[in-house]
Design a binder for this molecule. Structure first.
Ligand SMILES: Nc1ncnc2c1ncn2[C@@H]1O[C@H](COP(=O)(O)OP(=O)(O)O)[C@@H](O)[C@H]1O
Ligand SMILES: Cc1cn([C@H]2C[C@H](O)[C@@H](COP(=O)(O)OP(=O)(O)O)O2)c(=O)[nH]c1=O
Length: 219
């Protein structure tokens, strides 16, 4: 059986990850692929329950290390229940956030020691690294403005309540991740309109993964 492909979208708040994950999944379906759209934290029932605990803001914030453990627990469940079975069945998994978010928010910004994150990543992700990671990049002010527009009337989660300095740090950390792993990561300028960014992403995915002709590939 052919193994599927694993594509992740990463970046700060309001960069357009969820919007572009939907668009990319739709594009890949038009090419004839079976696509699983999912997200982190969450993606499986257990991981969605952990997401609620992490993001609801109902409880006192966790310490940075406890938070890293909770993200890792959610990821382990998500990988076991959703991602690995889909890849084994030859599907394309499009995931809104994954392990780079942990390295940025818990690692670079949250200062959780790299040794702990290495251990958690080895225990959860193991060899299931993305084939391609799209890092959506916009200036933090634009991302926050988009996120605020989206969240009108809703209670901001504990990450959305952070200020511009925090989001600028997040942006720099994602760009550093991309620079450190150019074989896996591509930075996408996400300042343009939805259609423009979607077209840029489709071009990158075609060039990197050659998914344009599934019938020919399986013939
Ligand atoms: N390229 C874009 N231009 C303008 N608005 C956008 C664009 N992409 C997304 N949006 C809007 O910005 C808000 C945040 O987008 P979303 O996809 O939820 O971002 P993220 O998942 O990165 O937080 C939503 O209201 C969405 O409709
Ligand atoms: C997956 C993941 C997310 N996060 C954070 C980043 C986001 O602020 C939050 C998830 O919120 P979410 O609403 O999914 O993201 P966005 O606002 O970009 O649409 O969780 C981590 O801190 N570590 C992780 O490993």
């Amino acid at each position: 059986m052919t193994s599927g492909r694993f594509i992740t979208l990463e970046g700060g708040e309001g960069t357009g990850k969820s919007t572009q994950a939907r668009r990319l999944a739709a594009y890949l379906r038009t090419l004839g692929h079976e696509v699983v759209e999912t997200r982190e934290p969450g993606g499986s029932p257990g991981a969605e329950a952990v997401r609620h605990v992490l993001l609801s803001g109902a409880a006192e914030p966790f310490g940075a290390e406890a938070e890293a453990l909770l993200f890792a627990a959610a990821r382990a469940d998500h990988l076991e229940i959703v991602i690995r079975p889909a890849l084994a069945a030859g599907r394309i998994v499009v995931c809104d956030r994954f392990v780079d978010s942990t390295r940025v928010y818990q690692g670079a910004v949250g200062q959780v020691p790299a040794a702990l994150l290495d251990t958690l990543e080895a225990a959860t992700v193991g060899g299931t690294l993305p084939d391609l990671t799209l890092i959506l990049d916009v200036p933090p002010e634009l991302g926050l403005a988009r996120a605020a527009e989206r969240g009108k009337g809703a209670v901001a989660d504990r990450f959305e309540r952070e200020g511009t300095d925090y989001h600028a740090q997040v942006r720099e950390a994602f760009l550093a991740r991309a620079a450190a792993a150019p074989e896996r990561c591509v930075v996408v300028d996400a300042r343009g309109g939805v259609d423009e960014v979607a077209a840029a992403i489709a071009r990158i995915v075609d060039a990197r993964l050659g998914l344009a002709a599934p019938a020919a590939a399986s013939a």
